[in-house]
Design a protein around this ligand. Structure first.
Ligand SMILES: [Fe+2]
Ligand SMILES: [Fe+2]
Length: 189
């Protein structure tokens, strides 16, 4: 079966490669951390991103969506550059920008649910929901890691992410399958 939805196809291709960038970047991020428990947590987040990539690939294969080699190369380079940068920009910035990126990643999976539903397909709802909520967990963790840093209010003002700003309105404590209307509300920010 093929998908008659170009936006959905390209967002799956993009998410597949972006998960690679994230996982590779977290390898560098984890190595740059001095605290062993922080390092282990970032490694577990890296494993989540590889899991996401496997799940997306399974969906892509089901609908015969090809992997974009251009996106793969581009995101490999992005991941390596970010991972390397983590060693020279201190502790705060890698956590801050990881949190900001995760904040934007939450809704990509909820929007995919909407796209699939527009085609009458709901069997991926649960998996996509879980992946979106996992990204929210990552965002919450990264915010927690910098919440007492003196730089946070300044960075929040410039980059619009922090204690009072996020790219989504998702409540991390909810574990109920969202209705379509709630997906709209949670991702409308
Ligand atoms: Fe992910
Ligand atoms: Fe993530």
């Amino acid at each position: 079966m093929s998908l008659d939805h170009p936006d959905l196809m390209s967002s799956l291709q993009l998410a597949y490669s972006a998960e690679r960038a994230a996982a590779i970047a977290y390898v560098g991020h984890a190595r740059s951390l001095r605290n062993e428990s922080e390092r282990e947590h970032v490694r577990s987040i890296e494993r989540d991103e590889w899991d996401h990539r496997r799940h997306i690939l399974a969906i892509m294969e089901e609908y015969r969506i090809p992997v974009s080699h251009w996106l793969e190369i581009k995101h490999f380079v992005i991941g390596k550059l970010i991972g390397a940068a983590c060693h020279v920009i201190g502790r705060f910035m890698p956590y801050f920008f990881a949190g900001k990126l995760e904040s934007g990643n939450v809704c990509q999976y909820f929007v995919m649910i909407q796209h699939f539903r527009s085609l009458g397909i709901s069997k991926h709802d649960e998996l996509l929901w879980e992946m979106g909520m996992k990204e929210k967990d990552h965002e919450v963790y990264f915010l927690q890691m910098v919440s007492n840093e003196r730089w946070l209010p300044w960075f929040e003002r410039v980059f619009h992410w922090g204690k009072t700003s996020s790219s989504n309105n998702v409540d991390p404590d909810t574990d109920v399958q969202m209705s379509l209307a709630e997906v709209h509300r949670s991702c409308d920010s």
